[in-house]
Design a protein around this ligand. Sequence first.
Ligand code: 809
Length: 296
Amino acid sequence: ENNISRYQEEFKEVVVIGSGSFGTVYKCINRLDGCAYALKKSHKPVAGSADEAAALREVCAHAVLGSHSHLVRYYSAWAEDNHMIIQNEFCNGGNLSSIIAHNRDEGSKFTEGELKRLTRHVALALQYIHSLGLVHLDIKPDNIFVSLPEQSLSVSCLVSFQDGGEGEEERSGLENTQLLYKIGDMGHVTSVRDPQVEEGDCRYLPREILQEDYRALPKADIFALSLTVYTAGSCCELPKNGEEWHHIRNRHLPPLDHCAPSFNSLLLRMISEKPAERPTAADVLSLCSFCPSTKS
Ligand SMILES: Cn1cc(CCO)c2c3c(c(-c4ccccc4Cl)cc21)C(=O)NC3=O
């Protein structure tokens, strides 16, 4: 039997960077090109199972999506000794959920400028995905990754990034780096025309998806983007079900007190009960572009 492991042959495993029901994610260095990659190792799904269909959708989606500055880049995928392995771009800034958790501990939160940069980057990626007739269906802080370009990994920037820095002026240091937000985890991507919907995280799902109404799937991504941005701005945990869950679906979302009314009303419009009333990704970009504080 073929017991040569491509994983061992081609990569040096550095550290586990995540693990869960999906499998285990490692930061690895490719022995040939010396670059860091994120490799997710999961058990090979049973042939013909829903897991196998999802794994195929993930890899095919990456292959179709190609490369985009606000999508985590896919490099390769293969099977070995009963495991599935996917090799993706390594994002060195962590994911949005780890940054939100850090802010929650520190009692600090995203400035309006940072929230607008986050909204713009993810809306750019959604505009691209939707333009290809695809939808993501699992937009949430865990699946938004951060890339800090090397040159901005100076100590001062890292300090402000890691420890929140001394105050606003330290944090504002972030606003000027070319920090990039990227959508990752294509495990729920499906086509708008012939959707094979695997429901994403219910905290970020609009009502119509739970009611299996798939007539406006791109607007489900817009709904989830709003609650993702809201979570980053408020550091609050979203409800999974019950009264509070329905309250939000009735557009009751307390405004982010440090953001302009125009930004709060954009977030509210994005969670309109009727998908048709939610803006498209292109609308979000134009509504969010008049922001003085951050470029890019
Ligand atoms: C838990 N976790 C932490 C990270 C690093 C953040 O600094 C991470 C990454 C990915 C993924 C990932 C997600 C879904 C599918 C495949 C992969 Cl490799 C998971 C990741 C991925 O595709 N790229 C990553 O950086």
